[in-house]
Design a protein around this ligand. Structure first.
Ligand SMILES: Cc1cc2nc3c(=O)[nH]c(=O)nc-3n(C[C@H](O)[C@H](O)[C@H](O)COP(=O)(O)OP(=O)(O)OC[C@H]3O[C@@H](n4cnc5c(N)ncnc54)[C@H](O)[C@@H]3O)c2cc1C
Length: 306
Protein backbone atom coordinates (compact mmCIF):
# COMPACT_ATOMS: atom_id res chain seq x y z
CA UNK A 1 0.00 0.00 0.00
CA UNK A 2 1.17 3.51 -0.78
CA UNK A 3 2.74 5.23 2.25
CA UNK A 4 1.00 8.33 3.55
CA UNK A 5 3.23 10.44 5.79
CA UNK A 6 1.83 12.35 8.74
CA UNK A 7 4.05 15.28 7.82
CA UNK A 8 6.16 16.27 4.86
CA UNK A 9 8.42 19.27 5.40
CA UNK A 10 9.75 21.05 2.31
CA UNK A 11 13.15 22.56 3.09
CA UNK A 12 15.90 21.40 5.43
CA UNK A 13 16.86 24.74 6.97
CA UNK A 14 16.55 25.49 10.70
CA UNK A 15 12.76 25.86 10.41
CA UNK A 16 12.42 22.50 8.65
CA UNK A 17 14.64 20.51 11.00
CA UNK A 18 13.18 22.11 14.12
CA UNK A 19 9.69 21.09 12.96
CA UNK A 20 11.02 17.63 12.06
CA UNK A 21 12.49 17.19 15.54
CA UNK A 22 9.22 18.10 17.27
CA UNK A 23 6.96 16.12 14.89
CA UNK A 24 9.19 13.04 15.09
CA UNK A 25 9.20 13.28 18.89
CA UNK A 26 5.39 13.29 18.70
CA UNK A 27 5.81 9.86 17.03
CA UNK A 28 4.57 11.17 13.68
CA UNK A 29 6.03 9.83 10.43
CA UNK A 30 8.06 12.82 9.29
CA UNK A 31 9.94 13.43 6.05
CA UNK A 32 12.15 16.42 5.23
CA UNK A 33 12.72 17.01 1.51
CA UNK A 34 15.79 19.13 0.79
CA UNK A 35 17.07 20.02 -2.67
CA UNK A 36 20.65 20.93 -1.67
CA UNK A 37 22.05 20.22 1.77
CA UNK A 38 20.84 20.64 5.34
CA UNK A 39 20.95 24.12 6.83
CA UNK A 40 19.69 26.33 4.03
CA UNK A 41 20.94 29.93 4.30
CA UNK A 42 22.36 29.19 7.75
CA UNK A 43 24.85 26.71 6.27
CA UNK A 44 26.35 29.49 4.14
CA UNK A 45 27.51 31.45 7.19
CA UNK A 46 30.68 30.26 8.94
CA UNK A 47 30.19 32.67 11.81
CA UNK A 48 26.94 32.62 13.76
CA UNK A 49 27.10 34.51 17.04
CA UNK A 50 23.45 34.97 17.96
CA UNK A 51 22.01 31.48 18.20
CA UNK A 52 21.60 30.82 21.93
CA UNK A 53 23.67 28.18 23.68
CA UNK A 54 27.18 28.79 22.34
CA UNK A 55 29.87 30.86 24.04
CA UNK A 56 31.80 31.20 20.77
CA UNK A 57 30.67 31.75 17.19
CA UNK A 58 29.37 28.57 15.60
CA UNK A 59 29.78 27.47 11.97
CA UNK A 60 26.36 27.40 10.29
CA UNK A 61 27.23 24.20 8.46
CA UNK A 62 28.07 22.43 11.75
CA UNK A 63 24.89 23.73 13.36
CA UNK A 64 22.90 22.44 10.37
CA UNK A 65 24.40 18.96 10.73
CA UNK A 66 23.54 18.94 14.43
CA UNK A 67 19.95 20.00 13.73
CA UNK A 68 19.58 17.32 11.06
CA UNK A 69 21.10 14.57 13.23
CA UNK A 70 18.97 15.69 16.19
CA UNK A 71 15.76 15.29 14.19
CA UNK A 72 16.85 12.01 12.56
CA UNK A 73 17.78 10.61 15.97
CA UNK A 74 14.07 10.70 16.81
CA UNK A 75 13.02 9.09 13.54
CA UNK A 76 12.66 11.93 11.02
CA UNK A 77 13.80 11.00 7.50
CA UNK A 78 15.58 13.17 4.95
CA UNK A 79 15.17 12.85 1.19
CA UNK A 80 17.51 14.82 -1.08
CA UNK A 81 15.23 15.79 -3.97
CA UNK A 82 13.61 18.95 -5.29
CA UNK A 83 9.90 19.43 -4.78
CA UNK A 84 8.51 20.38 -8.18
CA UNK A 85 4.73 20.49 -7.70
CA UNK A 86 2.25 20.47 -4.85
CA UNK A 87 -1.45 19.68 -4.55
CA UNK A 88 -2.32 21.08 -1.15
CA UNK A 89 -6.11 21.07 -0.96
CA UNK A 90 -7.97 18.03 0.39
CA UNK A 91 -7.13 15.72 3.28
CA UNK A 92 -4.29 13.93 1.53
CA UNK A 93 -1.71 16.25 0.00
CA UNK A 94 0.38 15.30 -3.03
CA UNK A 95 4.06 16.26 -3.18
CA UNK A 96 5.79 15.76 -6.52
CA UNK A 97 9.57 15.58 -6.38
CA UNK A 98 12.40 14.86 -8.79
CA UNK A 99 12.47 11.40 -7.16
CA UNK A 100 8.78 10.53 -7.34
CA UNK A 101 5.34 11.37 -5.97
CA UNK A 102 4.65 11.31 -2.23
CA UNK A 103 1.51 11.65 -0.10
CA UNK A 104 1.06 13.31 3.26
CA UNK A 105 -1.66 14.40 5.67
CA UNK A 106 0.12 17.68 6.41
CA UNK A 107 2.67 19.80 4.57
CA UNK A 108 5.01 22.32 6.14
CA UNK A 109 6.42 24.92 3.75
CA UNK A 110 9.96 25.76 4.91
CA UNK A 111 11.53 26.79 1.61
CA UNK A 112 13.02 29.96 3.07
CA UNK A 113 13.96 33.19 1.36
CA UNK A 114 17.08 34.62 -0.15
CA UNK A 115 18.54 38.13 -0.21
CA UNK A 116 18.40 39.98 -3.51
CA UNK A 117 21.94 40.57 -4.79
CA UNK A 118 23.43 43.67 -6.40
CA UNK A 119 24.54 41.56 -9.35
CA UNK A 120 28.20 42.64 -9.27
CA UNK A 121 30.94 40.43 -10.72
CA UNK A 122 32.87 39.87 -7.46
CA UNK A 123 29.84 39.82 -5.18
CA UNK A 124 29.56 36.06 -4.73
CA UNK A 125 33.28 35.47 -4.13
CA UNK A 126 33.37 38.24 -1.47
CA UNK A 127 30.33 36.98 0.43
CA UNK A 128 31.53 36.55 4.02
CA UNK A 129 34.67 38.56 3.16
CA UNK A 130 33.08 41.98 3.49
CA UNK A 131 29.88 41.51 1.49
CA UNK A 132 26.97 40.88 3.86
CA UNK A 133 23.20 40.72 3.57
CA UNK A 134 22.07 40.82 7.20
CA UNK A 135 23.09 43.54 9.68
CA UNK A 136 21.61 41.72 12.68
CA UNK A 137 23.63 38.65 11.73
CA UNK A 138 26.98 40.14 10.75
CA UNK A 139 27.05 43.67 12.17
CA UNK A 140 29.33 42.78 15.08
CA UNK A 141 31.98 41.53 12.65
CA UNK A 142 32.38 45.17 11.57
CA UNK A 143 32.70 46.74 15.03
CA UNK A 144 34.51 50.12 14.81
CA UNK A 145 34.91 49.71 11.04
CA UNK A 146 33.57 51.69 8.10
CA UNK A 147 30.68 50.19 6.18
CA UNK A 148 28.34 50.99 3.32
CA UNK A 149 24.67 50.02 3.37
CA UNK A 150 23.06 49.83 -0.08
CA UNK A 151 19.32 50.48 -0.35
CA UNK A 152 16.66 53.03 0.46
CA UNK A 153 13.75 51.13 2.00
CA UNK A 154 12.86 50.36 5.61
CA UNK A 155 15.28 47.42 5.87
CA UNK A 156 18.20 49.46 4.57
CA UNK A 157 17.51 52.30 7.00
CA UNK A 158 16.99 49.88 9.90
CA UNK A 159 20.29 48.18 9.01
CA UNK A 160 22.12 51.52 8.72
CA UNK A 161 20.76 52.69 12.09
CA UNK A 162 21.69 49.41 13.73
CA UNK A 163 25.20 49.51 12.26
CA UNK A 164 25.69 53.17 13.25
CA UNK A 165 25.70 52.02 16.90
CA UNK A 166 28.44 49.46 16.25
CA UNK A 167 30.56 50.72 13.37
CA UNK A 168 32.96 53.65 13.13
CA UNK A 169 31.22 55.19 10.13
CA UNK A 170 28.19 54.24 8.05
CA UNK A 171 27.40 55.40 4.50
CA UNK A 172 23.94 54.80 3.07
CA UNK A 173 24.03 54.58 -0.72
CA UNK A 174 20.70 55.04 -2.47
CA UNK A 175 20.03 55.25 -6.19
CA UNK A 176 17.22 57.82 -5.83
CA UNK A 177 16.98 61.29 -4.25
CA UNK A 178 14.51 60.28 -1.54
CA UNK A 179 14.02 57.26 0.71
CA UNK A 180 11.20 54.71 0.56
CA UNK A 181 11.09 54.37 4.33
CA UNK A 182 8.61 55.05 7.14
CA UNK A 183 8.72 58.51 8.69
CA UNK A 184 9.81 57.06 12.03
CA UNK A 185 12.99 55.72 10.40
CA UNK A 186 13.67 58.93 8.49
CA UNK A 187 13.42 60.93 11.75
CA UNK A 188 15.95 58.68 13.44
CA UNK A 189 18.38 59.20 10.58
CA UNK A 190 18.69 62.93 11.33
CA UNK A 191 21.02 62.67 14.33
CA UNK A 192 22.55 59.31 13.51
CA UNK A 193 25.77 60.51 11.89
CA UNK A 194 25.01 58.33 8.84
CA UNK A 195 26.25 59.82 5.55
CA UNK A 196 23.59 59.46 2.89
CA UNK A 197 24.92 59.34 -0.67
CA UNK A 198 21.99 60.07 -2.97
CA UNK A 199 21.48 59.19 -6.64
CA UNK A 200 24.26 56.64 -6.60
CA UNK A 201 24.77 52.97 -7.15
CA UNK A 202 27.63 50.60 -6.41
CA UNK A 203 29.21 49.53 -9.70
CA UNK A 204 32.38 47.83 -8.50
CA UNK A 205 34.03 46.49 -5.36
CA UNK A 206 37.64 47.27 -4.37
CA UNK A 207 39.21 44.23 -2.79
CA UNK A 208 42.38 42.30 -2.11
CA UNK A 209 40.63 39.08 -1.11
CA UNK A 210 38.50 41.06 1.35
CA UNK A 211 36.46 44.18 0.74
CA UNK A 212 38.45 47.45 0.85
CA UNK A 213 36.02 49.85 -0.78
CA UNK A 214 33.32 50.50 -3.32
CA UNK A 215 33.13 52.38 -6.60
CA UNK A 216 29.96 54.44 -6.82
CA UNK A 217 28.40 55.90 -9.94
CA UNK A 218 26.20 58.99 -9.91
CA UNK A 219 23.11 57.84 -11.81
CA UNK A 220 22.61 61.28 -13.41
CA UNK A 221 26.16 62.32 -14.31
CA UNK A 222 27.78 58.83 -14.54
CA UNK A 223 30.66 60.30 -12.53
CA UNK A 224 32.55 57.68 -10.52
CA UNK A 225 33.84 58.05 -6.97
CA UNK A 226 35.55 55.63 -4.63
CA UNK A 227 34.76 55.13 -0.95
CA UNK A 228 37.05 53.16 1.32
CA UNK A 229 35.18 50.72 3.56
CA UNK A 230 35.53 47.32 5.23
CA UNK A 231 32.03 46.05 4.57
CA UNK A 232 29.15 46.44 2.16
CA UNK A 233 25.72 45.51 3.49
CA UNK A 234 23.31 44.82 0.65
CA UNK A 235 19.74 45.66 1.71
CA UNK A 236 17.88 45.80 -1.58
CA UNK A 237 15.20 43.31 -0.63
CA UNK A 238 14.65 39.60 -0.05
CA UNK A 239 12.83 37.11 -2.19
CA UNK A 240 10.61 34.48 -0.59
CA UNK A 241 10.87 31.08 -2.29
CA UNK A 242 7.13 30.78 -2.93
CA UNK A 243 7.02 29.84 -6.62
CA UNK A 244 5.67 26.38 -5.69
CA UNK A 245 2.73 27.62 -3.65
CA UNK A 246 1.81 31.08 -4.88
CA UNK A 247 -1.30 29.83 -6.71
CA UNK A 248 -2.62 27.91 -3.69
CA UNK A 249 -1.58 29.86 -0.59
CA UNK A 250 -2.32 33.46 0.33
CA UNK A 251 0.77 35.66 0.23
CA UNK A 252 1.30 39.06 1.85
CA UNK A 253 2.14 42.22 -0.11
CA UNK A 254 5.84 41.34 -0.05
CA UNK A 255 5.36 37.81 -1.39
CA UNK A 256 5.70 35.90 1.91
CA UNK A 257 3.17 33.23 2.89
CA UNK A 258 0.52 34.75 5.09
CA UNK A 259 0.37 32.81 8.36
CA UNK A 260 0.12 34.12 11.88
CA UNK A 261 1.94 32.90 15.01
CA UNK A 262 0.14 29.55 14.69
CA UNK A 263 1.91 29.10 11.31
CA UNK A 264 -1.44 27.99 9.79
CA UNK A 265 -2.02 29.04 6.18
CA UNK A 266 -5.32 29.49 4.36
CA UNK A 267 -5.44 25.72 3.64
CA UNK A 268 -6.18 23.10 6.31
CA UNK A 269 -3.17 20.94 7.10
CA UNK A 270 -0.70 23.31 5.42
CA UNK A 271 1.70 25.39 7.50
CA UNK A 272 4.38 28.00 6.74
CA UNK A 273 7.49 28.21 8.89
CA UNK A 274 10.72 30.18 8.94
CA UNK A 275 11.79 32.91 6.53
CA UNK A 276 9.05 32.09 4.02
CA UNK A 277 6.38 33.18 6.51
CA UNK A 278 5.13 36.73 6.89
CA UNK A 279 6.92 37.85 10.08
CA UNK A 280 8.93 40.72 11.61
CA UNK A 281 12.33 39.06 12.12
CA UNK A 282 13.99 36.45 9.91
CA UNK A 283 16.69 34.69 11.93
CA UNK A 284 17.74 31.15 12.83
CA UNK A 285 16.18 31.37 16.26
CA UNK A 286 12.82 32.58 14.89
CA UNK A 287 12.89 29.91 12.16
CA UNK A 288 13.52 27.21 14.79
CA UNK A 289 10.77 28.69 16.93
CA UNK A 290 8.29 28.50 14.02
CA UNK A 291 9.14 24.83 13.53
CA UNK A 292 8.37 24.04 17.16
CA UNK A 293 5.15 26.07 17.13
CA UNK A 294 3.95 24.40 13.92
CA UNK A 295 4.33 20.95 15.48
CA UNK A 296 1.71 21.84 18.09
CA UNK A 297 -0.86 22.77 15.41
CA UNK A 298 0.13 19.85 13.17
CA UNK A 299 -0.56 17.56 16.11
CA UNK A 300 -3.94 19.21 16.82
CA UNK A 301 -4.87 18.85 13.15
CA UNK A 302 -3.82 15.19 12.93
CA UNK A 303 -5.78 14.37 16.10
CA UNK A 304 -8.88 15.95 14.53
CA UNK A 305 -8.45 13.90 11.32
CA UNK A 306 -8.88 10.61 13.17
C1 LIG B 1 24.90 34.85 4.69
C2 LIG B 1 23.84 34.72 5.75
C3 LIG B 1 24.22 34.83 7.08
C4 LIG B 1 23.26 34.71 8.08
N1 LIG B 1 23.67 34.81 9.38
C5 LIG B 1 22.74 34.66 10.37
C6 LIG B 1 23.14 34.74 11.74
O1 LIG B 1 24.32 34.98 12.05
N2 LIG B 1 22.19 34.57 12.67
C7 LIG B 1 20.87 34.34 12.37
O2 LIG B 1 20.06 34.14 13.28
N3 LIG B 1 20.46 34.28 11.07
C8 LIG B 1 21.36 34.43 10.08
N4 LIG B 1 20.96 34.40 8.76
C9 LIG B 1 19.52 34.22 8.48
C10 LIG B 1 19.16 32.73 8.67
O3 LIG B 1 20.11 31.91 8.03
C11 LIG B 1 17.76 32.48 8.14
O4 LIG B 1 16.86 33.31 8.85
C12 LIG B 1 17.36 31.01 8.34
O5 LIG B 1 18.26 30.13 7.70
C13 LIG B 1 15.96 30.76 7.79
O6 LIG B 1 15.70 29.40 7.92
P1 LIG B 1 14.57 28.66 7.07
O7 LIG B 1 14.63 27.24 7.51
O8 LIG B 1 13.31 29.39 7.18
O9 LIG B 1 15.01 28.82 5.55
P2 LIG B 1 16.37 28.53 4.77
O10 LIG B 1 17.52 28.55 5.67
O11 LIG B 1 16.35 29.47 3.62
O12 LIG B 1 16.20 27.03 4.23
C14 LIG B 1 15.29 26.72 3.22
C15 LIG B 1 15.67 25.39 2.61
O13 LIG B 1 14.65 24.97 1.72
C16 LIG B 1 15.26 24.34 0.60
N5 LIG B 1 14.32 24.37 -0.51
C17 LIG B 1 13.80 25.48 -1.12
N6 LIG B 1 12.97 25.10 -2.12
C18 LIG B 1 12.97 23.74 -2.15
C19 LIG B 1 12.33 22.77 -2.97
N7 LIG B 1 11.51 23.13 -3.98
N8 LIG B 1 12.55 21.46 -2.73
C20 LIG B 1 13.38 21.08 -1.71
N9 LIG B 1 14.02 21.97 -0.91
C21 LIG B 1 13.82 23.27 -1.12
C22 LIG B 1 16.52 25.18 0.36
O14 LIG B 1 17.50 24.45 -0.38
C23 LIG B 1 16.97 25.46 1.79
O15 LIG B 1 17.88 24.50 2.26
C24 LIG B 1 21.89 34.50 7.74
C25 LIG B 1 21.51 34.40 6.40
C26 LIG B 1 22.48 34.51 5.40
C27 LIG B 1 22.06 34.38 3.95
Amino acid sequence: MEKIYDTIIIGGGPAGYSAALYCARNARSTLVIEKLSAGGQMATSPHIENYPGFDEAVDGFDLAEKMQHGAEHFGAETMYETVTKLELSGEIKTVETTGGILKSKTVLCAMGAYPRELGLKKEAQLRGKGIAYCATCDGMLFKNKDVIVVGGGNSAIADALYLSKICHHVYLVHRRDSLRASKVYEDQLKDSGIDIIWNSRVVDIKEDGIVRGAVLEDVHTNKLREIACDGIFVAVGRVADTALVKDQLTLDDHGYILADETTKTNLDGVFAIGDIRSKPLRQIVTAASDGATASKFVEEYLMRLK
